[in-house]
Ligand binder design. Structure first.
Ligand code: XMP
Length: 513
C-alpha cells in the first residue's frame, strides 16, 4: 500500500527542507518539488496535502514564482507559509502590500483557538517572523485567525476549502509551538495517520539505488564519518560487491583515526566491503603548502580527493558512479540552493568541474544529521559509529587556521586527542553535538620552566546542536577545562596557551574555516 504523502512546493525559501523534515517527524512521507510543478504531476503525486514554502520574493516583483491558481480548486488541503501565505492571498483576490513595519525574529502572535491549525496552542505564542510584505486584506471567504501587534494577518484560513496560511515560520525551532501547528495541519486537516518510518526510507532507497545503478560499478568515498559510513552500508546492502569503498588518508585525520576506520571497514572488520586505503598524506601537504585562504584550502583538498578517487577508479576500471555521504546542511551551506555561500563543503560545492564518473550518487542528500543517524541504526550499524561526532571532509585542514603543515597537524591531533579523552572521562561527551581542538594561527609569549616560549594557542570548540545548522556553545565545567588546558600545555609540544571558543552559530560557524 502506498504511504500517505505531503507535497512541499518550493518557492525559494531557505527552510524548505526543514519543512520536509518536520513533516517526516510527523511520520508522513514528504517530497519537495519546484513551485511550478504541473497540475497533472501534482494529481499523479496524489498528496494528502500541500505546503507552500516561504521565499525571498514579493508577489509583485518581476519573475516572482507563481503557481497555477487551479491548485486551489483541486480539493487538497494547502498550508501557505510566509511568501506562500502572501501568494495564496494574492492569487485568491486578497491584497498584499509592503508592511509599514517589517518583522524579523521572535514575535508574539495572538491566535484564535477556533482554528483547527491552532488547536491546543496557547492564545499568545512565540513564532519566528521574517517578512517585509504582508497580507493587508484577506480574500473573500477567508477569515483572520492570528495577528501580531503590527501584522493584522499573521494567519488566515478558508476552512471549508481547507486553505490555511501563516505569515510566520512554524518549521523553525524558535516558533515554540510550530511543530504542534504542523501536526495539526498534517493529522487534523490532511487527515494523515502517520504511516511512514525510517525503515521505509531505507527500503525505498535500496530499491531506487538498485534501479539506478543496475549492474554498474560504484566507488564510495568512505571517510569513516557518520555520513559516508551510512552511505557505504546503504550502498552495500543495495548492490553488494559492485561497490568499492576508497578511504583516503589525507594526513588531516584525527589521531589514530585512519587505523580505526580500517579496523571497522577493512578486511578484518564486520562488513564484507571491498575496502581500499590510500595513504596520500604527503601529496595533500604538498598541495596545501603556502595556502592560507580557507576557501582555497577547501577547494584544494576537495579537488585532490577527487583526483585520488579517479586514480583508484581507473585502477578498478569502468567505474560508473561515485557515492558521497552528502547530507542536507552540506547542500545549502555550499550555496547550491538559493541561500548565500557560507563555506563550500568539499563534497559538494568544491567538486572540480571535470569529473570522470558518469554520475554522483548522494543517497542522504535530503536528510539532516539526526535523520542520518536513524538510518544508520535501521541499517544495524553499531552505536559507536552512528553516534560518532561528525568530522568534516577537509578534516584538520579547516581546523588549522592559515597554512597547513605536517607539524601543525601533529599539534592539533595531540591537543584534540587530550580534549576528547578528558571530555569522555568527565562523562559529558554524549551531551555535546561536536567538540574538537583547533589550532589558531596565533603565537604568543609564555614561560615554561623559567624559559621564554613563543608558541601556538589552541582553541577548544564544543557545541550543542541537533541539526548543525544552528548551535550553542557548550558550557563545559571549569574543572574539566582546567584539566584539559593543563594537559594540553604540558603534553603538546609547541602550545603554550589554550582558548575556549564561546560563540554560537550563528554568528560563528562550528568549524573555524
Ligand atoms: P559549519 O562549520 O559549517 O559546520 O558550521 C557544520 C557541520 O558541517 C561540518 N562540516 C563539513 N562536513 N565537509 C563535510 O563533510 C565539509 O567541508 C564540512 N565543513 C563543515 C562541521 O564539522 C559541522 O558538523
Amino acid at each position: 500500500m502506498e504511504n500517505e504523502k505531503i507535497l512541499v512546493l518550493d518557492f525559494g525559501g531557505q527552510y524548505n527542507q526543514l519543512i520536509a523534515r518536520r513533516v517526516r517527524e510527523c511520520n508522513v512521507y514528504c517530497e519537495v518539488h519546484p513551485y511550478n510543478m504541473s497540475i497533472q504531476k501534482i494529481k499523479e503525486f496524489n498528496p494528502r496535502g500541500i505546503i507552500f514554502t516561504g521565499g525571498p520574493n514579493s508577489v509583485y516583483s518581476e519573475n516572482s514564482p507563481i503557481c497555477d491558481p487551479e491548485i486551489f480548486e483541486l480539493g487538497y488541503p494547502i498550508l501557505g507559509i510566509c511568501y506562500g501565505c502572501q501568494l495564496m492571498a494574492h492569487l485568491l483576490g486578497g491584497v498584499v502590500a509592503h508592511a509599514p513595519v517589517s518583522e524579523y525574529g521572535k514575535t508574539i502572535v495572538d491566535v484564535k483557538f477556533c482554528s483547527i491549525l491552532f488547536q491546543d496552542i496557547n492564545p499568545k505564542t512565540t513564532v519566528w517572523m521574517s517578512h517585509t510584505d504582508y497580507v493587508q486584506s484577506v480574500p473573500n471567504d477567508f477569515k483572520i485567525t492570528a495577528h501580531t501587534s503590527v501584522c493584522p494577518v499573521a494567519a488566515m484560513e478558508n476552512a471549508n476549502k481547507k486553505l490555511y496560511a501563516v505569515q510566520f515560520h512554524p518549521e523553525v525551532m524558535h516558533s515554540v509551538e510550530g511543530m504542534k501547528m504542523l501536526q495539526n495541519f498534517v493529522y487534523k486537516i490532511c487527515n494523515c495517520v502517520g504511516d511512514w518510518k525510517m525503515a521505509d526510507f531505507v527500503k525505498n532507497s535500496i530499491r531506487e539505488l538498485r534501479e539506478k545503478i543496475k549492474d554498474g560499478k560504484v566507488l564510495c568515498a568512505l571517510s569513516g564519518g557518520v555520513d559516508s559510513s551510512v552511505a557505504a552500508v546503504l550502498l552495500s546492502k543495495a548492490i553488494g560487491q559492485q561497490l568499492t569503498c576508497v578511504f583516503v588518508d589525507h594526513g588531516l585525520l584525527r589521531k589514530n583515526e585512519a587505523d580505526e576506520v580500517e579496523a571497522v571497514f577493512g578486511p578484518n572488520g564486520p562488513y564484507q566491503l571491498n575496502f581500499i586505503r590510500v595513504n596520500a598524506q604527503d601529496r595533500f601537504y604538498e598541495k596545501l603548502r603556502g595556502v592560507t585562504d580557507p576557501e582555497k584550502k577547501r577547494k584544494i583538498i576537495g579537488e585532490e580527493f577527487i583526483r585520488v578517487f579517479e586514480e583508484e577508479a581507473n585502477k578498478i576500471g569502468e567505474v560508473d558512479f561515485l557515492v558521497q555521504g552528502t547530507i542536507y546542511p552540506d547542500v545549502i551551506e555550499s550555496g547550491l540552493g538559493k541561500s548565500a555561500t557560507i563555506k563550500s563543503h568539499h563534497n559538494v560545492g568544491g567538486l572540480p568541474s571535470v569529473i570522470k564518473f558518469k554520475e554522483i550518487v548522494e543517497p542522504l542528500r535530503l536528510l539532516f544529521k539526526d535523520e542520518v543517524r536513524k538510518v544508520g541504526l535501521e541499517l544495524g550499524i553499531p552505536n559507536v559509529l552512528v553516534f560518532r561526532q561528525p568530522f568534516p571532509g577537509p578534516g584538520l585542514g579547516i581546523r588549522i587556521i592559515g597554512e597547513v603543515t605536517k607539524e601543525k597537524v601533529k599539534i592539533v591531533q595531540d591537543a584534540d586527542f587530550i580534549f576528547r579523552e578528558e571530555i569522555a572521562k568527565a562523562g559529558i561527551d554524549k551531551q555535546l553535538g561536536q567538540f574538537f581542538a583547533a589550532l589558531t594561527n596565533m603565537q604568543s609569549v609564555g614561560v615554561m620552566g623559567d624559559e621564554r616560549t613563543y608558541d601556538y594557542a589552541i582553541a577548544l570548540r564544543a557545541v550543542m546542536t541537533s541539526d548543525f545548522m544552528t548551535a550553542d556553545w557548550a558550557k563545559i565545567p571549569y574543572d574539566v577545562l582546567d584539566v584539559i588546558s593543563t594537559r594540553i600545555v604540558n603534553e603538546v609540544k609547541g602550545v603554550n596557551r589554550v582558548f575556549l571558543d564561546c560563540t554560537s552559530k550563528p554568528p560563528a560557524t562550528i568549524e573555524f574555516e
